[in-house]
Design a protein around this ligand. Structure first.
Ligand SMILES: [Zn+2]
Ligand SMILES: [Zn+2]
Ligand SMILES: [Zn+2]
Length: 240
């Protein structure tokens, strides 16, 4: 088996591009990831190595062109995965958190070939995605529902209770519940994120970094965490 570095070097040579040290750093990171990743995932892993976003993006598109990795499209998201040395598989994706997993099913593979044959097509390739709600997000949904029912009894309208992940930049909210295990709850509370606290969302990229303003401090939260903080939008007269 030829080394992926050699293949990539040859490819760059063939299109007249240079193979720089930064490119090798990106390349090694990509081939250390097993599974699916977004360009943001990769950029995050390379920040400390001082690799710029531009180099990451350019290297990814060269890797796609070289046939070493491929893109998977899901709604407005793009994931990457290795092709070189990896067996064919299909995907199941969570519509809420964007988690993506692989599966392989012989019957599905066979049936697709049968359908192509039936329609008198020469079978070339297929893409197959199952879209759903992962177990974690189902739990989240159920907790949210139960919580909304409780709040309705207390006279708070249910449309107003949302996970923090759905709040747009500039909006002010009050934390109504931390739906998290003890460790995470403790960590959030130590940052001033507790029930009853009013906060403002500074940035929400719906995947990557999430910034909130708590009193006068700006705090960065992981996107996964923001699903677990339930909030209520503030009325105008409650805002600072
Ligand atoms: Zn398949
Ligand atoms: Zn999910
Ligand atoms: Zn995959």
């Amino acid at each position: 088996m030829r080394d992926y570095k050699e293949i990539f070097k040859k490819y760059l040579q063939s299109v007249g591009k240079a193979y720089a040290r930064e490119i090798e750093v990106v390349l090694e990171k990509v081939f250390a990831i097993h599974g699916h990743f977004t360009n943001e995932d990769l950029e995050k892993k390379l920040v400390e190595k001082q690799i710029t976003k531009d180099i990451v993006e350019a290297t990814l598109s060269d890797l796609v062109a070289a046939g070493l990795i491929r893109k998977i499209y899901f709604e407005d998201r793009v994931y990457y995965e290795q092709v070189y040395g990896h067996a064919h598989h299909d995907h199941i994706i969570c519509i809420n958190c964007g988690k993506i997993e692989a599966f392989q099913d012989d019957l599905i593979e066979k049936e697709q070939r049968r359908i192509a044959k039936e329609k008198h097509y020469e079978f070339l390739k297929h893409s197959m995605q199952i879209v759903g709600l992962c177990l974690e997000c189902q739990k989240q949904k159920n907790i949210l529902k139960r919580f909304q029912e409780q709040k309705e009894d207390k006279g708070i309208e249910k449309e107003k209770i949302l996970p923090l992940s759905m709040i747009l930049p500039g909006e002010q909210v009050e934390i109504v519940e931390l739906n998290a295990g003890d460790n995470l709850k403790y960590r959030l509370m130590s940052m001033g994120l507790q029930t009853g606290q009013k906060i403002e969302v500074v940035s929400n990229s719906f995947h990557g970094p999430f910034l909130v303003k708590v009193q006068n401090a700006r705090i960065a939260l992981g996107y996964g965490v923001t699903h677990k903080v339930l909030v209520r939008r503030l009325e105008n007269d409650e805002k600072k």
